[in-house]
Design a protein around this ligand. Structure first.
Ligand code: ADP
Ligand code: TRP
Length: 320
């Protein structure tokens, strides 16, 4: 089974990204032949500052490696280091109906957010289809916001196969579990764009400030509290054992717990969960050459696979 997913280098990763995506990516590297890449060409559709893009690419590579992506198990690369992908994207674009792209929610959402509609933003799903089809991926683990893009990929692949003969493997999305939706400081879905996130690699004072900023009500300490309506509890439960979670639930229901006590415990749990990864990240950050080497080896491996698929697709449509 071949697994592929792309990660947009769009800023510091947060607890929501970890529970909703990264954790599953890391687990899946043991379940099949995984390909994970940093989607820097996709990021160009929204990040127009070169220094910032470079920084984000570096950050996301460090984050994934520190959190357990094992380059001996998964092929880890930068999208732009595999030029076969963009060539395939052109072949695919010539069989992609305009209507298919015009229907994409993600494009419409981005326009609604005020992002200028350039052609890259519109053609974004075709490049994504090329990412997926070029490695003959069977499974694409993504958040539910990306489901439609995988459906578009399937439509494009079927269209190409019908027109030119069997060329591409038809991929399936694997939607990462909704149970993993992490609330942010204010109880809304944790998201960079809402400014309510807690970074995975925050520590010490910076982490404390963020956790202390979790919004709580002003009910007196002794008042019984509904744990499910409590932002601290709802984040804490994702990192505590079921037994500890049950204990906190009971204590909140009974009353007499200070929110600050739960916040302090959350900081300890985050330190325990991510302490080793933070240390690994620090070590990796000191050796940028090693990270480059990992990405270079990954792209060499990915190009081996990509070149074969591209050659097949070129032949199929009459470009030799
Ligand atoms: P953001 O909303 O911060 O911009 P992205 O949209 O870049 O995050 O999400 C990247 C991945 O992380 C996606 O697979 C998405 O499903 C997952 N993700 C983001 N926020 C959360 C969250 N609060 N809970 C669970 N998963 C999340
Ligand atoms: N569009 C995806 C996102 O925003 C990132 C991505 C790019 C991707 N190419 C991909 C995901 C291919 C899965 C497969 O999260």
């Amino acid at each position: 089974m071949r697994i592929l997913s792309g990660i947009q280098p769009s800023g510091k990763l947060h607890l929501g990204n970890y529970m909703g995506a990264i954790k599953q990516h890391i687990d899946l590297q043991n379940k099949g032949e995984a390909f994970y890449f940093i989607a820097d060409f996709h990021a160009l559709t929204t990040v127009k500052e070169p220094a910032l893009l470079r920084e984000h690419v570096r950050d996301v590579a460090l984050d994934y490696l520190a959190l357990g992506l094992d380059p001996s198990k998964a092929t880890f690369y930068r999208q732009s280091d595999v030029p076969e992908v963009t060539e395939l994207a052109w072949l695919l674009t010539t069989v992609t109906p305009m209507g298919l792209l015009e229907r994409c929610h993600s494009y419409k959402d981005k326009l609604a957010k005020g992002i200028p509609p350039d052609h890259g933003l519109f053609a974004y799903p075709v490049l994504m289809a090329a990412d997926i089809l070029i490695v003959d991926a069977n499974i694409v683990p993504v958040g539910k916001d990306q489901k439609q893009h995988v459906e578009v990929t399937r439509d494009i692949a079927v269209k190409f196969n019908n027109l030119y003969g069997e060329t591409f493997v038809i991929p399936e999305e694997r939607i990462l579990p909704e149970a993993g939706v992490v609330p942010g400081l204010d109880g809304q879905k944790m998201s960079k764009s809402y400014g309510n996130d807690i970074g995975i690699f925050l520590e010490g004072k910076a982490l404390k400030e963020r956790v202390m900023a979790i919004v709580t009500d002003s009910a007196p300490v002794e008042a019984p509290k509904d744990p499910d309506a409590n932002n601290v509890f709802n984040i804490l439960r994702l990192f505590a054992t079921p037994e500890e979670t049950a204990e906190w639930r009971e204590r909140f229901l009974k009353g007499g717990v200070k929110y600050s006590e739960a916040k302090k415990r959350l900081i300890t749990l985050l330190d325990e969960t991510f302490g080793a990864a933070r240390e690994r990240r620090r070590q990796l950050a000191e050796k940028p050459g090693d990270v480059e080497e990992i990405l270079r080896a990954g792209s060499a491996r990915a190009r081996g696979v990509a070149a074969k698929t591209l050659a097949k697709a070129r032949r199929a449509c009459g470009i030799e």
